[in-house]
Design a protein around this ligand. Sequence first.
Ligand SMILES: Nc1nc2c(ncn2[C@@H]2O[C@H](COP(=O)(O)OP(=O)(O)OP(=O)(O)O)[C@@H](O)[C@H]2O)c(=O)[nH]1
Length: 462
Amino acid sequence: MQQDVPTNPHYTREEWLRLIGETPPPLRALIRALAETHRAALADHFYRHMLATDEGRQFLDHDTVNTRLRHSMQHWLVELFRCDGEADIDAAIAHQRHVGEVHARIHLPVHLMTRGARQLRQQLYRLLAAQDLPRQALTRAHAYVCETIDLAMELMNAAYTRSTARQTRTEEAYRHYALGQNLSLERERQRASLLDWSQNVLFSLHLHDASAPLPSLGRSEFGMWLSHKAEVIFERSDELEQIEAQLERVDSIVLPRLQQAADAGQRRLRSRELQETLDEIHFLLGTLFDRHVEVENGRDALTRLLNRRFLPAVLSREIQLHQRSQQQFGVLLIDLDHFKAINDTHGHEGGDRVLQQAAQLITACVRAGDFVFRYGGEEVLVVLVELGHDDLMRIAETLRGRFEAQAFTVTNGLEIRVSVSIGVALHDGHPDYQYLIGRADDALYRAKRGGRNRVVDAGAMA
Ligand SMILES: Nc1nc2c(ncn2[C@@H]2O[C@H](COP(=O)(O)OP(=O)(O)OP(=O)(O)O)[C@@H](O)[C@H]2O)c(=O)[nH]1
């Protein structure tokens, strides 16, 4: 991988040496003395700002600040402005990297540190301004303070990014390991443990002391699995959040109500409420596992096209290839016209069948090296590699014509006609893939507005 110049520590080391060389020693001595004398006040100021925001308090509490961090910050400041030669700089560089790695481990957001650094720069400027320095010296000293802190932040952020990327890879590997476990077995196990738990509740309710608390779902085998393993396997998803919300509801509302039921009639009613909530959890759990198998296969279950989750990876890679070798590529955003009317007339099932046939038609028109994604309900995004503008337009027009010519079967052998509108965008060198999709989307919008069943070229738009 190419090394980004500013994050290269050798480059930073040279910069730091140059900065020291360019700053008159008496000014550096003054700044060092100010940092040493006011280190406690500066550290207090930094943490006061951190702890003033909810976000900052999420990461730090007063005790940690008072017992450990205030001292570390003072040490950091003094070390930074004591740097005088190569040996000092090497030690300071190593220290900044270490701090960046620690911040990555605790997931301290980079912007919080940047905000803190800004506070420090401001405070140091106030201290300098109170020194009665000639204007030019004040400017020079201020620049030295700012650049030194910036160099430290640059090193910290580079280490932070490296460390975070490493962590992400490890977490991903762990997720794959978790996935490697037999998922259908896991699914059955979790179903069974939910069932076990509900039987336990009923057992406690009927046979035990009625005042004893009912077993909590959150603390059950299932609850433990949900809080410790499910997120690793499935990542955050709507279903997972809904299951967590239901679980919370069971423990805080449904169970206490069940326990407080005054008579057999009320107990029956509330048992039913519990059963309904559990049915809902079972349903969500099933969806979670189903969807997961689908996502891991990388294919959309209905159309067998690629899942759009992988679109960023594919487009980013194509953009990189373009940057390296100038290979052209582009995208077609294809939308079936009046699809709602197809659903309305032939039912959702009829619409689904059209989508499947459309997916087959599109796949048959492109090469093995191209990518076909199900982009939305009735939208398909095609990435055409190693092709220029004219080829993109030609393929788009061929596709449009094939749709026009083909009969689509809905139900009971009934055939209908379906047309498509297509937005075409050739990658124009912009590094953000979302921009490319946006251009194709604008072109598609024009195709729809222009009457549908047509191809519009993003490049030709005013
Ligand atoms: N059968 C089926 N319908 C879907 C699916 N996904 C989305 N849809 C439907 O696709 C329809 C899209 O309708 P609209 O976005 O209003 O657009 P349209 O009717 O195609 O009209 P234009 O795009 O303006 O030509 C909606 O009715 C969705 O419910 C699916 O997987 N299967």
